[in-house]
Ligand binder design. Structure first.
Ligand SMILES: Cc1cc2nc3c(=O)[nH]c(=O)nc-3n(C[C@H](O)[C@H](O)[C@H](O)COP(=O)(O)OP(=O)(O)OC[C@H]3O[C@@H](n4cnc5c(N)ncnc54)[C@H](O)[C@@H]3O)c2cc1C
Length: 362
């Protein structure tokens, strides 16, 4: 058996680490010169849309022997709409670093590899690799890379504007913004890395060409709003923009001995665009199949369900006007609804659907 993994991101590396734990090695091809996501940012890993997992870090460690050290745990999440603010407290999840940061999750995963080789500076094509290897894992982080091989369902292409920002932050408090004036049908969020630095992002679907062109204008408005809500001047240190970032899912998790993992699988839950947990899980499940320990199609079914459920929620939230978003934010102050996130046995998806129902049904 000869296994190739195309892409040394979260999904590809989780796959390689799991293969090694069961006595197999892989050749990993990475187009970049070193390990790391394209962007040096913080990300939120939250289990809220992956029903049985309450603490992803603990789950990966205890169930799959994959050890990840987050930067901080999130205990409070603020929701800001045009005229209202509310917060929810509880075990929301963890902030972790990506990209070139010393403690980025992909670097932590690569350190857990012992025998597999990462071939850097190697832009691999599926056509070439599949001639030489018995098993191929496609983990390039881009849904469009599968289009020559199989059909896919696109939920939406998205535009990001973001930056490393400087200010005065509380490490375990995250802020989110739902405001169609600057994040049409999308959201803004602030994830602190430390008490002085954070990642600030504005992300929304590209439903109108105009929204892509206006990304700088939207971004400026979002930074202004963030400064207002946090009651301080937020200083931009390093900006980035991304367009055409695809959120969708493949039709077949596996075709013959080719496995689709991470964003190539459909790991991003469309509601808020979280893809880390699903990417790592899909990599692990593909490895388990390759090692004869399970069936990837079966193992990945809950991930498809998470995707489908979260797409329903996304379509619901996309239909809300700013006034309705204000009403949703106000209703978050209701103590019953706050328990959505904090109660260990409550389904968050169900809770959120319940919360949005009065605003989306006529
Ligand atoms: C700005 C931004 C913010 C995000 N925030 C969050 C968040 O807060 N929480 C969350 O859960 N998710 C978030 N996501 C989504 C999350 O980052 C992705 O779902 C996850 O990284 C996907 O993992 P992956 O392994 O599929 O791809 P990646 O981690 O992107 O890895 C793919 C790797 O493949 C390499 N590659 C690509 N093509 C080739 C090729 N042909 N040959 C060789 N190598 C190749 C790339 O260089 C890269 O290293 C965010 C995404 C973006 C863009």
């Amino acid at each position: 058996m000869k296994t190739a993994i195309i892409g040394a991101g979260l999904a590809g590396l989780s796959c390689a680490v799991t293969l090694e734990k069961h006595g197999h090695t892989a050749d990993i091809f990475e187009q970049r010169k070193k390990i790391g996501f394209h962007y040096d940012i913080a990300e939120l890993m939250t289990p809220i849309l992956h029903a049985p997992i309450k603490d992803a870090v603990k789950f990966f460690s205890e169930t799959h022997d994959i050890h990840l050290k987050p930067t901080s745990n999130v205990q409070k999440i603020y929701v800001h709409s045009e005229n209202e603010s509310a917060y929810v407290e509880g075990k929301i999840g963890f902030i972790n670093m990506r990209g070139e940061y010393e403690e980025s999750y992909e670097k932590q995963l690569a350190e857990q590899l012992v025998h597999s080789t990462i071939h850097y500076d190697s832009h691999a094509t599926y056509e070439d690799i599949s001639k030489e290897y018995t098993h191929v894992v496609l983990a390039t982080g881009n849904l469009l890379d599968i289009q020559q091989i199989q059909p896919y369902d696109l939920a939406y292409p998205s535009t990001f504007a973001g930056a490393l920002v400087k200010g005065d932050f509380v490490r375990n408090e995250v802020h989110t913004w739902f405001n169609n004036h600057f994040a049409p049908q999308g959201m803004g969020y602030l994830l602190p890395h430390s008490t002085t630095h954070a990642t600030l992002v504005n992300v929304y679907p590209q439903y109108e060409d105009d929204w892509v062109h206006r990304r700088n204008e939207f971004w400026q408005a979002m930074v202004k709003q963030a400064s207002l809500n946090l009651n301080q001047k937020i200083t931009i240190e390093k900006e980035f923009t991304i367009t055409d970032y695809m959120v969708g899912k493949c039709n077949y998790p596996r075709i013959g001995n080719t496995f689709f993992v991470g964003n190539c699988f459909g790991a991003i839950t469309p509601f808020l665009g979280f893809g880390q947990t699903g990417s790592i899980l899909s990599g692990i499940y593909a490895a388990q199949d390759i090692c004869g320990l399970g069936n990837y199609e079966e193992l990945s079914k809950p991930l498809y369900k998470d995707y489908d459920d979260s797409l329903v929620l996304r379509r619901a939230i996309e239909s809300l006007s700013n006034h309705q978003l204000d009403l949703v934010t106000m209703s978050l102050r209701n103590s019953m609804l706050k328990k959505i996130v904090t109660q260990p046995n409550m389904s968050v998806l169900k809770g959120l659907s319940h919360l949005l129902k009065p605003f989306t049904s006529k």
